[in-house]
Design a protein around this ligand. Structure first.
Ligand code: ISL
Ligand code: CA
Length: 544
């Protein structure tokens, strides 16, 4: 029932450039560092390389605050380095997608600076300005995502400007057609350069409700007034018409605050908006947040997968994603017991590579990188974490309490540098890393895993290779097996070319098989299959 497309079959790999590989010893990852690892990515089986923002930026939010959309950040290199990297990606038969932040720019972007300097300039209306209330308070009660009010006051204009994220990330006014034209020009400029598509940052926030009314007091007060705004579909369709449809491009929209069903409405092929979106609702089980330390119940993940796999059809294609630069390591939510980590990591790999959807791996996921033991709040680099920490102190928490709350959920958790070798700084840099590494790089690192046939890295390679050899794993029908059986997840994938069976023990104890299938074991997390399923065991069989 599916139209086959390169991006549907693709394995995408997210690189957080600051933390990937430092080529010049300044402690910050860079483009030449990424270039030096292209063969590593190719050997893993990566098809799409996604770079988190690499544009010129004051890095208040590590590049998600863009100062110049057409310039490479000096920390990362030059445009020549970028061109070489793009060529290197293409020469290996891979594609490259850029992270695009279109909801906001840095307050240091020339548009915002022009608006401040001259309120009559056309750039003023590129942003969202309002007069304050009569008592001198902001125009409404919205809170930003990063523990602050969502408005900055500019005395020179006696007006307030909206920022849904940090105070240096100013929201763009998508209602202004000239602004939209500039955005399309810029995106086409990158596409003409040869990039293959975009990951679109908080793209569901670009349309705000008329009048910017006060929000209901809540976790992020005001959010209901922009997560799914009145012109969202119109803007996405225009983006598609003016940019994406003109090229053989792939787009993945990042959304927040939306349920799976609403996400789908942006990706229906018939509506001509985005190819795919991310859904993160399985990242934590109900009642927990990214700040919680708990044991994730994989039965919840099973339910999520059963619901979402069912929604894919000719008109809709999903993504499979478990980790990114905003969330703690998924692996460490499943378990922190040394003996369980390896099978749990392999379980995720096998699951991800045998389901329907475009798959995403976040750097280090393929190594089983895990939870970082931060020692002190001074180690945090993330604006969200730092603001949250300060807010907790201002509310009367002690330093110790505030640190304990923020440490497990800080976005620094997954931004800790890549662990390439057991050498100093994990081979990430010869200098001082911008953010501390996980102490475990002496045992968890790419070089050692490379040599070990049973490593998590080699298991990822094997699982990806199965997906590539057997397209039924991408396109075949998904049919659950014994779905009522707790702690067990079984399913088949089937089409005219073959039939495959996956059996997974979702628990940390031994489990009797509820059903025996006659097939050839293609890949198993414990190597061979035995009488009972061992903790977190996951196996892939060919049935025909
Ligand atoms: O990280 C989050 C909560 O802790 C999310 O709410 C996150 O802020 C949201 O998914 C939007 O994320 C994206 O846009 C942000 C940027 O800071 C994130 O890194 C990016 O992924 C603003 O540009
Ligand atoms: Ca560097």
């Amino acid at each position: 029932p599916y139209e086959r497309k390169w991006w549907k079959e693709a394995v995408a790999y997210q690189i957080y450039p600051m933390s990937f590989c430092d080529s010049n010893g300044d402690g910050i990852g860079d483009l030449n560092g990424i270039y030096s690892k292209l063969d590593y990515l190719k050997a893993l089986g990566v098809d799409i390389v996604w770079l988190s923002p690499i544009y010129d930026s004051p890095n208040d939010d590590n590049g998600y605050d863009i100062r110049d959309y057409r310039k490479i950040h000096a920390d990362y290199g030059t445009m020549e380095d970028f061109d070489r990297l793009l060529e290197g990606v293409h020469a290996r038969g891979m594609k490259l997608i850029m992270d695009m932040v279109l909801n906001h720019t840095s307050d240091e972007h020339p548009w915002f600076q022009a608006a401040l300097k001259d309120p009559t300039s056309k750039y003023k209306d590129y942003y969202i300005w309002r007069k304050g209330k009569a008592d001198g308070t902001p125009p409404n009660n919205w809170q930003s995502f990063f523990s602050e009010p969502a408005w900055n006051y500019y005395p020179e204009l006696d007006e307030w400007a909206l920022h849904l994220f940090s105070r240096k990330q100013m929201d763009l006014n998508w209602e202004n057609p000239e602004l939209r034209e500039e955005v399309y020009d810029m995106l086409n400029w990158w596409m003409d350069k040869g990039v293959d598509g975009f990951r679109l940052d908080v793209i569901n926030l670009i349309s705000k409700f008329e009048g910017l009314p006060d929000g209901e007091e809540g976790f992020i007060t005001g959010i209901e007034n922009y997560v799914y705004g009145p012109h969202l579909h119109e803007y996405l369709q225009e983006l598609n018409r003016r940019v994406f449809s003109l090229h053989d491009s792939y787009t993945v929209g990042e959304g927040c605050g939306l349920g799976a069903a609403t996400q789908v409405s942006m990706t229906l092929a018939s509506r001509k908006e985005l190819n795919t979106t991310f859904c993160f609702s399985h990242f934590d089980t109900p009642g927990h947040s990214k700040y919680s330390t708990y044991r994730y119940d994989l039965n919840y993940l099973k339910d999520y997968i059963m619901k979402t796999q069912g929604t894919q059809d000719a008109d809709n294609w999903l993504t499979l994603v478990f980790e990114n630069h905003d969330q703690p390591r998924f692996l460490s939510k499943i378990t922190r017991e040394p003996g369980e980590i390896e099978p749990a990591a392999k379980l995720v790999a096998l699951l991800e590579m045998t389901l329907c959807g475009t798959t995403f791996i976040y750097e280090g996921q393929e190594l089983g990188m895990r939870f970082v033991e931060f020692k002190h709040a001074s180690e945090f680099r993330d604006v969200e974490a730092i603001n949250m920490y300060k807010k907790l102190l201002s509310e009367g928490k002690t330093e110790e309490e505030a640190f304990r709350f923020v440490a497990p959920g800080t976005r620094d958790q997954t931004r800790a540098p890549m662990q390439w070798t057991s050498d100093a700084n994990g081979g990430f840099t010869t200098g001082t890393p911008w953010l501390r590494l996980n102490d475990n790089f002496d045992t968890v690192n790419a070089a050692d895993e490379e040599k070990d046939p049973d490593s998590i890295l080699n298991f990822y390679r094997a699982a990806i290779s199965q997906r590539k050899q057997n397209k039924t794993l991408v396109y075949g029908d998904f049919v659950p097996v014994c779905p009522e059986q707790k702690d067990f997840f079984g399913y088949t994938r089937e089409d005219a070319d073959g039939k495959y069976y996956v059996e997974i023990n979702l628990s940390a104890h031994e489990l009797e098989r509820p059903v025996e299938m006659n097939g050839t074991l293609l890949l198993g997390s414990y190597g061979t299959a035995e009488k009972a399923l061992r903790p977190f065991e996951a196996n892939l069989y060919r049935l025909r």
